[in-house]
Each structure stands twice: as structure tokens, then as C-alpha cells.
Design a binder for this molecule. Structure first.
Ligand code: SAM
Length: 200
């Protein structure tokens, strides 16, 4: 990833969502993007130019657009019609974003459109986040990375964030992933944890 004077940036054409520019690069704001927040907490986070990314929970394409500035291609899955309209506009300006209008709980419906991913990134903010990861593991290359942005309050409001987080890590390990690193995304995003895994 590229940083300018400690600020994370990405190298694409600006004007996607009103983001600020610095020296011709797009500023990638950690308060608007959990993946940017993860970079500020763990500067080893990287996306290489030959990587295929499968992105679940694309919303209006804010983070997707930055990921696409780095990656070879981004398959961006979103099921809500309104953000999908914005995502389609973003995808028109970047040749390497493939929008997938579908429900991430039913990957069989779009499996035929996908290619094997180097990075599976998930930010759907739903109760069944680990189950959605499990269903997408067949689309991740061996040795590939999986990053789950876990919104603990969406999973079970009655349990503490730490309890939800520990259960999610165990479920990911049970699914055959190796949990490599974990971070709470505060102060950028409250009650969110990033769980960085490797597919063995
Ligand atoms: N990742 C986005 C970003 O950084 O710009 C923000 C994502 S927002 C927290 C969660 C998104 O996931 C919403 O747009 C929601 O519609 C989408 N979503 C939730 N459940 C989904 C599902 N089962 N399939 C596809 N998209 C889903």
C-alpha cells in the first residue's frame, strides 16, 4: 500500500465519492473504510497488483474503489438495490470491478461468474458472517487470505463483543482457516473486529 507522510492513499482516478486528493493520489480514510482502518493498525496489510479479490458487502463501492486501485480485479457482491446503483456507477469508471448483484448467503447462484480469489474480504454486518465466509472458501486459492470485518453487535447483542469475537475465531478455525492476526478497529469503528486468516 502507498502512504504519503503517514496517510494511506490509493493510485486511481479521484472523484468517486468526494474523497480528498494528495499529490494526485486518493486519500483512503480509515473512518470511512474498515480496510483502511486495518492498514493504520497493521501496516503489513497489502493488496498486490496481480491479486484477485472477492469482496462481500460492497455497498456503494467506497472501499471497493480503493481496493480496485491496487488489485488486478475485484468481484464485488452486494444485495441491496440502492447501493448497487452507486456501485454500478463506480464500476463504469474502473475496468477491473465486476459488480455482482446477489445475496452472499447463496454463492451457488453466482459461482459461475467468479474466478479463484487471492483475497476474500467480507463486510456484510450480518449475524451469519462466519457462515458466509465458510460458504465462500471454495472460491479462495490455497494459501489465500481471508479478512472478516466482524460487527459484533450484529451477531448477538446479548453477548459481549469479546465473546462474539472469540466464537467467530473458533468458527473460522473450525472451517479450516488459520487465524493469523486480529484487531479491534477502535478508534475508527466501534464494536468491529478485523480477523485476518489464511486458507491452509
Ligand atoms: N464494505 C463497505 C465499504 O467499506 O464501503 C460497507 C459495507 S456495509 C457495512 C454492509 C453492506 O453489506 C451493505 O451494503 C449491505 O446491503 C450488504 N449486505 C448485507 N448482507 C448481504 C448479503 N447477504 N449479500 C450481499 N450483501 C449484503
Amino acid at each position: 500500500m502507498i502512504e504519503i507522510n503517514g496517510t494511506l492513499v490509493s493510485p486511481g482516478k479521484g472523484g468517486v465519492y468526494g474523497e480528498k486528493m494528495i499529490n494526485g493520489y486518493r486519500i483512503w480514510d480509515p473512518y470511512r473504510s474498515k480496510l483502511s482502518a486495518l492498514w493504520y493498525l497493521d501496516k503489513s496489510t497489502d493488496i498486490a497488483s496481480d491479486e484477485v479479490v472477492l469482496y462481500l458487502g460492497a455497498a456503494n463501492g467506497t472501499t471497493v474503489s480503493h481496493v480496485a486501485d491496487y488489485a488486478e480485479s475485484v468481484y464485488a457482491v452486494e444485495f441491496a438495490p440502492r447501493p448497487m446503483q452507486d456501485l454500478l456507477e463506480v464500476a463504469k469508471r474502473r475496468k477491473n470491478i465486476i459488480p455482482v448483484f446477489a445475496d452472499a448467503t447463496r454463492p451457488k447462484e453466482y459461482a459461475g461468474f467468479l474466478e479463484a480469489a487471492d483475497l476474500l474480504y467480507q463486510d456484510v454486518a450480518q449475524p451469519d458472517q462466519t457462515s458466509i465466509i465458510r460458504k465462500h472458501l471454495p472460491f479462495v486459492k490455497a494459501g489465500g487470505r481471508v479478512i472478516l470485518m466482524l460487527k459484533t453487535r450484529s451477531v448477538d447483542i446479548r453477548k459481549s463483543p469479546e465473546e462474539v469475537f472469540c466464537e467467530a475465531c473458533k468458527e473460522l478455525e473450525d472451517a479450516g482457516l488459520s487465524v493469523e492476526k486480529t484487531f479491534w478497529l477502535s478508534p475508527y469503528h466501534a464494536d468491529h473486529a478485523a480477523i485476518v486468516c489464511k486458507k491452509i
